[in-house]
Design a protein around this ligand. Structure first.
Ligand code: ADP
Ligand code: MG
Length: 982
């Protein structure tokens, strides 16, 4: 496409001035309204501090948006649609109303500014135009900040470059162009751009006061009938606050400070100044991006309107003045405006013909001029009439060389007269060269710009990536910190758990020690009990023997009593008989001589009686003794019974205690197992965490490799975990097996203990049998003794009987002698008397003989009894011996049984210990592999220390216990001795 200015027309830049009302803060600060609007119909001048400024239009503070639009901007719409370029920009200090004027409140019919109104108007115009016109409207929106062009429709484009098209018209290369077909779409684009602008900066007010926003509407139209193509660009620019540039711009100098703050605005001021000063040959458009973009608008091909916005407050006087000065200067700038038309082929043909004609004409002229020159050179003087008319020549050239002229103008003013041209041919040559050089350099500059743009885009991308990376790093760091914290927490937990486990282990140790102690105590108590029961048994046996003895004694005493009573009654009877015989014969036979003999006989009887009496007293004494003994024994028995009860109570207490201890042991065991399991779990977790820590620590050093490493580690961890779980499962199975084994062993143990109990009971039985036997033996011994005693008594009795017989014999002898003597005496004197006497004697003799017979009978009976007993004695002795033997055999059997039980018990104990040891080893081994991952726990060491201490403690306790038991036993033995002695 090629542009052409068919009807180039000079057109001044239009400058309108708008004053805003005093704002609240200015009113509060008491600022005065210092601007005066001269009264009268003219509304194009104002005066401030006596200085008058003239503009195309001046809007008072109360001017509505609509009025401003209608009078300052509306005409541009038709220009743009007619193929002209247009520019409206607002200039003024910050908060002077630039944005208010340009944008206002979009969507608000009253408060909307120039841009929305123009957009609406353009579309309204288009809708109202002929049907055969086709429009393509596209918009761009960008801002210039710190001399960088940032695309507001694509935030990634942050440093766009300015290029020139083939007509050498500058444009923003790469700026997003959005095709739009309705005002709404345009407003959407504006909103999008504004929101992007807001997102990018923190302080929007400050940013907007330091940056220029440029909204570009590009309208292309094609007449579908004649293919006539027109295009118009409309720049709508909201400039940055002018306050800083005004300070420097007022003096027309460029200060570094101002340049730094806003290079573009000072460049704009410079461009305007240069344009206003007609003598300036170089216009510094290239000093900034803004001036390059606005190149066409300032002294180029565009209908330009500048709205200068001012504050009327006295506070802003200097700024207002400089703004007004800027406007005044800008007003003098002239633009050359033409329609941007794309020519059709026919048009081109026509133009070609024209140009051809022109060239032919000019050729003729050149020939004329050459001939004239030759004549001049030859020294001829050409007459004035013959000379070629130069005016004619220029006239001929001017109408057709508009394009070239405008091009030249753009490059800087060229000397207008040919004379001057000829006079400075060399200059021109040089200048051409320089121009070319400059062009080349500019091109290079543009290229560099483009490169910079690319680079900056790249930088932007990198920045974005960096931000992302930063975020990633931050998140990773956060994660890491969280993990660290978590790990710390878990480590702490682990520590505490370890502590707990340690405590629990200690408690378990203590429990075990306690248990040992208790079991030992129980054993000791059992032993004590056994000894006590043995003692008790002994006591009971002795008691039994004593009671049997007592019974025997009682029997004996009663027997003796009976016998004594019998004997007494016999004696009494005898005496009675004797008495009766004596009494009955007393009257008939007077035995005065025999009185002494009777007396003697009586004394003998008395003696006999006294002896009997003494014997009776003896017997009663003995009885008393025996009774006392019995009482003592009874007492002893009750004492023993009491003791036995106590012992039983003690035993039952001990048994209960043992049961509770066993239960507590079991509980402790369970707890221990649970704790061990928890320890294992914790260890696993700890290991996991440690691995995680390693991963995270590694990640800190090599963040890039971290992920891979972590992944790998996690995998490894997973594998490890699985392996560990398998191992744990295997170990658990093993434990279960072992448990089963233990249970089996326990069962067998129980069986053994049952057998032992059986044995014990058997032993008890045997013991009781033995006791019975011994009792029987005792009985036998006592009976033997009794027999002995009886024998002795019998012997005594025999002796007495023998004595008595002797005395009786003597008595008989005496009696016989007496009778013989009496018979001899009385033979002679009284024969009758002899008969009577002999009868009494005979009676006496018969009585005595009777007596004797009885006595001999008794004697015989006694002898027989004795013989019987003697006969029985060896039998009994034999029986006793047999019993003794049996007892001995039973005793040996018992001993053997005891020994066997002991052996069994020992074996069982040994087996149990072995299994326990094995289980413990297994446990240790199970805990073994975990130690290689986590911190190794010296469980063995710990155990030994505690065990040792405990062992020491237990030993001392045992010593005390043993001593106590020994003391008790001693006291018991002493008591026994006492009892025996008593
Ligand atoms: P700038 O863009 O020049 O920094 P603004 O357009 O943001 O200034 O205007 C600053 C304030 O003054 C805004 O609140 C705006 O509404 C107000 N304002 C500006 N011009 C006018 C006016 N002509 N009438 C009423 N209020 C105005
Ligand atoms: Mg603004």
């Amino acid at each position: 496409m090629s542009g052409d200015r068919e009807i180039p027309a000079e057109d001044s830049i239009k400058v309108v001035c708008r004053f805003r009302p005093l704002n609240d803060s200015e009113e509060k600060a008491g600022s005065k309204f210092i601007v005066k609007f001269p009264s009268g119909g003219e509304d194009n001048c104002i005066s401030i501090a006596g200085k008058v400024y003239l503009f195309d239009k001046v809007f008072k503070p109360n001017a509505t948006q609509e009025k401003v639009y209608n009078e300052a901007a509306k005409s541009i719409v038709s220009d743009v649609l007619a193929g002209y370029n247009g520019t409206i920009f607002a200039y003024g200090q910050t908060s002077s109303g630039k944005t208010h004027t340009m944008e206002g409140v979009i969507g608000d019919p009253q408060k909307q500014g120039i841009i929305p109104r123009i957009v609406n108007d353009i579309f309204n115009h288009i809708y109202a135009m002929e049907e055969n016109l086709e429009f393509h409207i596209k918009v761009s929106y960008f801002e210039i900040y710190m001399d960088k062009i940032r695309d507001l429709l694509d935030v990634s484009k942050v440093n766009l470059s300015v290029h020139e098209d083939k007509n050498r018209v500058p444009y923003v290369k790469g700026a997003t162009e959005r095709f739009v077909s309705s005002p709404e779409e345009v407003f959407e684009s504006i909103e999008e751009g504004k929101s992007n602008r807001h997102i990018a900066v923190t302080n929007m007010n400050e940013h907007s006061s330091r940056s220029h926003s440029v909204f570009l509407i590009n309208v292309k139209q094609e007449n579908l009938e004649n293919q006539k193509k027109l295009s118009g660009k409309l720049y709508l620019v909201d400039l940055a606050g002018s306050e800083k540039v005004s300070k420097t711009g007022a003096e027309g100098t460029v200060l570094d400070e101002a340049k730094n703050i806003n290079k573009s605005l000072s460049a704009l001021g410079n461009v305007i100044s240069a344009l206003a000063d007609g003598n300036k040959t170089h216009i510094p458009y290239r000093d900034s991006k803004l001036t390059r973009i606005l190149q066409e608008s300032l002294g180029g091909n565009a209908r330009t309107t500048i709205v200068i916005c001012c504050s009327p407050a006295s506070f802003n006087e200097s700024e207002t003045k400089s703004t007004l000065d800027f406007g005044k200067r800008a007003k003098t700038v002239k633009n050359v405006v033409c329609v941007n038309e794309e020519l059709t082929a026919e048009e081109w043909k026509r133009r070609y013909e024209k140009e051809k004609e022109k060239v032919a004409r000019l050729k003729g002229k050149v020939e004329k001029l050459e001939s004239e020159l030759q004549r001049w050179r030859a020294g001829e003087t050409v007459k004035a009439e013959e000379q070629v008319n130069l005016n004619e020549l220029t006239e001929a050239v001017t109408p057709v060389s508009g394009m070239e002229e405008s091009t030249v103008e753009k490059q800087g003013p060229v000397p207008a007269t040919p004379a001057l041209m000829i006079g400075s041919t060399l200059d021109v040559e040089e200048r051409r060269k320089l121009e070319l050089e400059r062009e080349r350099l500019y091109q290079q500059l543009d290229e560099k710009d483009e490169e910079i743009n690319e680079q900056s885009q790249y930088v932007e991308k990198l920045k974005e990536q960096m931000l992302e990376q930063d975020e990633l790093i931050a998140s990773t760091r956060r994660d890491y910190e969280a993990l660290q914290a978590e790990m710390n927490r878990i480590q702490q937990e682990n520590e505490s758990a370890k502590e707990e486990v340690k405590e629990v282990l200690q408690a378990l140790e203590e429990l075990a020690v306690n248990y040992d102690q208790k079991s030992q105590e129980v054993d000791a108590k059992n032993k004590e009990m056994e000894t006590l029961s043995e003692e008790l048994m002994q006591k009971q046996a002795s008691l039994n023997t004593t009671t049997t003895e007592l019974q025997q004694l009682r029997d004996m005493s009663s027997h003796q009593k009976k016998r004594i009573a019998e004997m007494l009654s016999n004696l009494l009877k005898e005496l009675g008989e004797i008495g009766s015989t004596l009494g009955s014969d007393g009257s008939e036979i007077k035995i005065s001589n025999d009185a002494a003999k009777l007396e003697e006989e009586f004394t003998v009887a008395r003696l006999y009686i006294s002896r009997m009496k003494s014997e009776v007293t003896n017997l009663t004494q003995r009885l008393h003794e025996i009774e006392n003994k019995e009482q003592d024994s009874n007492k002893k028995v009750t004492e023993y019974e009491k003791e036995l009860g106590e012992c039983r109570l003690l035993i039952s207490q001990h048994e209960a205690r043992m049961k509770s201890l066993q239960e507590s042991m079991r509980e402790a065991e369970n707890k221990k197992r649970m704790l061990e399991e928890s320890v294992d779990a914790l260890r696993e977790e700890c290991a996991k965490l440690k691995a995680a820590e390693q991963v995270s620590s590694a990640s800190e050093s090599e963040k890039k490799e971290a992920n891979e490493l972590r992944l790998a580690l996690e995998q490894q961890m997973d594998q490890l975990r699985v392996a560990h779980q398998k191992q744990v499962a295997a170990l658990r199975d093993e434990i279960a097996e072992k448990q089963q084994l233990i249970n089996d062993i326990k069962d067998s143990n129980q069986k053994l203990s049952l057998a032992q109990q059986q044995l014990q009971s058997e032993y008890e039985k045997v013991k009781s049998e033995e006791a019975e036997k011994s009792q029987k033996l005792q009985e036998l011994i006592t009976t033997n003794e009794r027999r002995e005693q009886a024998r002795k008594d019998l012997r005594g009795l025999e002796d007495t009987v023998a004595k008595e017989l002797q005395t009786l014999h003597n008595l008989r002898k005496l009696f016989v002698q007496d009778l013989q003597a009496r018979m001899k005496k009385n033979l002679s004197a009284e024969d009758n008397e002899e008969d009577g006497g002999s009868l009494a004697q005979k009676q006496k003799i018969s009585f005595l003989e009777n007596n004797l017979d009885q006595l001999t009978k008794v004697h015989k009976q006694l002898v027989r009894d004795n013989a019987d007993l003697r006969c029985e004695l060896p039998k009994l002795e034999k029986r006793l011996r047999a019993t003794m033997e049996r007892v001995k055999a039973l005793e040996t059997a018992l001993k053997e049984a005891k020994e066997g039980a002991m052996r069994d018990r020992k074996r069982y104990q040994y087996e149990v210990d072995r299994i326990k040891e094995a289980v413990r080893q297994k446990n240790l081994a199970r805990r073994g592999p975990a130690a290689t991952i986590a911190k190794p726990i010296r469980s063995g060491q710990h155990h030994v220390v505690v065990g040792g201490g405990a062992a020491i403690r237990t030993g001392s306790n045992m010593g005390q216990k043993n001593m106590e038991i020994a003391r008790k036993r001693e006291s018991l033995i002493i008591n026994e001795k006492d009892a025996c002695e008593s």
